[in-house]
Write a protein that binds this ligand. Structure first.
Ligand SMILES: Nc1ncnc2c1ncn2[C@@H]1O[C@H](COP(=O)(O)OP(=O)(O)OP(=O)(O)O)[C@@H](O)[C@H]1O
Ligand SMILES: [Mg+2]
Length: 230
């Protein structure tokens, strides 16, 4: 585990220890009216435990060596994206957000791990959904294009972009502008790791007026697993 992750877990554990101590003290005093504070302490412990659980799960996923632990197979990009969108639609249905998906050609394949690529799409879609919450117009658009002999999939949302300077900061593990219960700051670092293990790249489009993430797949294949000749 990286020192940052260990530090994060230690922080959470010390908060849990504090809250436990507080709850114990309140129980000893047996003062009337302490029940809501004990309840508050227990709720806080519960959410900290969940946060540690999420950290440990992310670490487990991140520490998997994709080459060693995952068989890579021929994946049709469109079908992995369709699967991600199916899962994502369950989340978006209660929201006023509009989701637009470009018609992605079924002829593009990559060699890779389906779970990891699915995860990359979901990380970006969920980030967009968080970012546009409460905006006057909530939309997310997924496009695909061939650029410089690579396949680029873009996920754009109605947010106004991430200021140019901290672009790279967004990809640093544990960088998050969300509340502790909403975000760990692990999504984008995981997405980048997965893309890199698939000869791909991920970055934020500095030219787009809206927030746009670009996924670039450099080794695109055809249905027979041969170089697609884009
Ligand atoms: N579509 C987006 N629009 C605006 N800001 C974004 C967008 N995607 C990511 N960010 C910024 O980048 C930060 C890091 O994103 P990342 O996915 O790594 O973590 P998170 O979403 O905060 O938490 P987690 O993904 O672990 O639940 C976010 O907290 C947010 O500030
Ligand atoms: Mg995220």
């Amino acid at each position: 585990m990286t020192p940052g992750i260990v530090h994060e877990i230690e922080n959470q554990l010390s908060v849990i220890a504090d809250r436990t101590g507080l709850a114990e003290k309140l129980l000893q005093t047996d003062a009337a009216g302490s029940a809501p504070r004990i309840k508050g302490a227990l709720e806080s412990i519960g959410s900290d435990v969940k946060r540690i659980d999420r950290i440990v799960k992310s670490v487990r996923t991140m520490s998997q060596n994709p080459e060693a632990t995952h068989t890579q197979e021929l994946l049709q990009i469109r079908s992995v994206l369709d699967e991600a969108l199916e899962l994502f639609r369950c989340q978006i249905q209660s929201r006023p957000a509009r989701l637009t998906i470009a018609d992605i050609s079924p002829q593009y394949y990559i060699k890779g791990n389906p779970t990891q690529i699915l995860q990359v799409f979901l990380i970006l879609l969920n980030n967009s959904l968080d970012a546009i919450e409460g905006m006057a117009t909530e939309w997310i658009q997924v496009d695909a294009a061939i650029q410089h002999h690579t396949l680029q999939i873009t996920i754009t949302d109605s947010g106004r972009g991430i200021p140019a300077h901290p672009h790279e900061r967004s990809f640093v593990p544990f960088y998050s502008t969300k509340t502790a219960s909403k975000g760990l700051g692990m999504g984008l670092s995981l997405a980048r790791r997965h893309m890199e293990s698939h000869h791909g790249k991920i970055w934020i489009d500095p030219q787009s007026p809206n927030t746009r993430f670009i996924l670039q797949f450099t080794q695109v294949l055809d249905a027979a697993g041969k170089a697609a000749g884009l």
